[in-house]
Design a protein around this ligand. Structure first.
Ligand code: ADP
Length: 253
C-alpha cells in the first residue's frame, strides 16, 4: 500500500503547488488524478517518483519511507512514464523496452529478461516496430514504447502522466485496458493523470481532484464526478449522466 502523508511542495519561487496532500493507494488499485492545468498534478507525480523532494510530508510504501530507498530499490518499486516528450535518445524500440530490465540485471540481460520483453512487445502490439528506431515512429507509438518499458520494469507502482494524450481513440482504449487488466490481476497499482473525465470514470477505482494546490475531492468516480464538482473545478458548464455504470460528462456551450 502506498501512503502519501501531508505532502507540501513549492518550487523555488515559494508559491505553494501542493498543500497538505494525503491519500492512499491499495495494491492493484487505479488512482486517477484530475484537475485543471497548473494545479500540481505533474508535480505530485514527480514528488512520488522522487524527481522532486517535498518540503514537508512523507511517502510510505508498505510502511517504509521511500526517501530511504536506493536508486535500484526505487526503480524496482516504481516506473514513471512522463508526458509525451519530443526529447529522447535515438535507439531501437526493443532496446528501449529492454531498459526496463536494468534495475534487475547484473551486467547482461538474461534469457528470462529477453522472453519477458518479447512478450510485453507482443502484448502492447509493438511487434512491427520492434527493430525500428524510436526516432522513426509516431509520437503515439513512442508513448506505447514508454508504457511497455514501464511494464518491463515489473514495478509495484506505475506512474503515468497523461498516458493517452497522444494516442488515437483505439490506442487509448487498448492501453488503458492493458494496464488496468494487469493492475486488476494484482500485479501493480497505477497512479495516472488524465484530462479525459469519461476515461477516468471508466478506468479508475478512485479519483483525486486537485484545485488550487489542495485536494478538492477524493473518492469513487461515481461519487465525485458530479456536475457541481466538475463545473466548479473547471469553470465550465457540463451535463453529467450515468450510463452503463459510468459517469458521462458532456460539455455545454
Ligand atoms: P499540472 O500538471 O496540474 O498542469 P504542474 O504540476 O505542471 O501542473 O504545475 C503546477 C504549478 O507549478 C504551475 O503553476 C506551474 O507553472 C508551476 N511549475 C511547474 N514546474 C515548475 C518549475 N520547474 N519551476 C517553477 N514552477 C513550476
Amino acid at each position: 500500500m502506498l501512503e502519501i502523508n501531508s505532502l507540501h511542495f513549492s518550487y523555488k519561487n515559494g508559491h505553494p503547488v501542493l498543500t497538505d496532500i494525503s491519500f492512499k493507494v491499495k495494491k492493484g488499485e487505479i488512482l486517477g488524478i484530475v484537475g485543471p492545468n497548473g494545479t500540481g498534478k505533474t508535480t505530485l507525480l514527480k514528488t512520488i517518483n522522487k524527481l522532486l523532494i517535498p518540503q514537508e510530508g512523507k511517502i510510505l510504501f508498505d510502511g517504509k519511507d521511500i526517501a530511504e530507498l536506493s536508486i535500484k530499490e526505487n526503480a524496482q518499486l516504481m516506473a514513471y512514464v512522463p508526458q509525451y516528450s519530443s526529447s529522447f535518445f535515438p535507439m531501437k524500440v526493443i532496446d528501449c523496452v529492454m531498459m526496463g530490465r536494468v534495475p534487475y540485471s547484473q551486467r547482461k540481460y538474461t534469457k528470462r529478461d529477453k522472453e519477458l520483453v518479447f512478450s510485453i512487445i507482443e502484448e502492447t502490439n509493438l511487434v512491427e516496430f520492434a527493430f525500428r528506431n524510436i526516432k522513426e515512429i509516431s509520437g503515439g507509438e513512442r508513448q506505447l514504447v514508454y508504457i511497455a518499458r514501464a511494464m518491463a520494469q515489473q514495478p509495484k507502482i506505475i506512474i503515468l502522466d497523461e498516458p493517452t494524450s497522444s494516442l488515437d481513440l483505439k490506442n487509448q482504449l487498448f492501453i488503458l485496458n492493458t494496464i488496468s487488466n494487469m493492475a486488476r490481476d494484482g500485479e501493480y497499482s497505477i497512479l495516472m493523470t488524465l484530462h479525459d473525465l469519461n476515461l477516468a470514470s471508466m478506468f479508475c477505482d478512485k479519483l483525486l481532484m486537485l484545485k488550487n494546490s489542495r485536494i478538492f475531492a477524493y473518492g469513487d468516480p461515481q461519487d465525485i464526478l458530479t456536475q457541481e464538482n466538475v463545473d466548479i473545478i473547471y469553470g465550465v458548464r457540463t451535463s453529467v449522466t450515468t450510463e452503463d455504470g459510468y459517469k458521462h460528462i458532456r460539455l455545454l456551450k
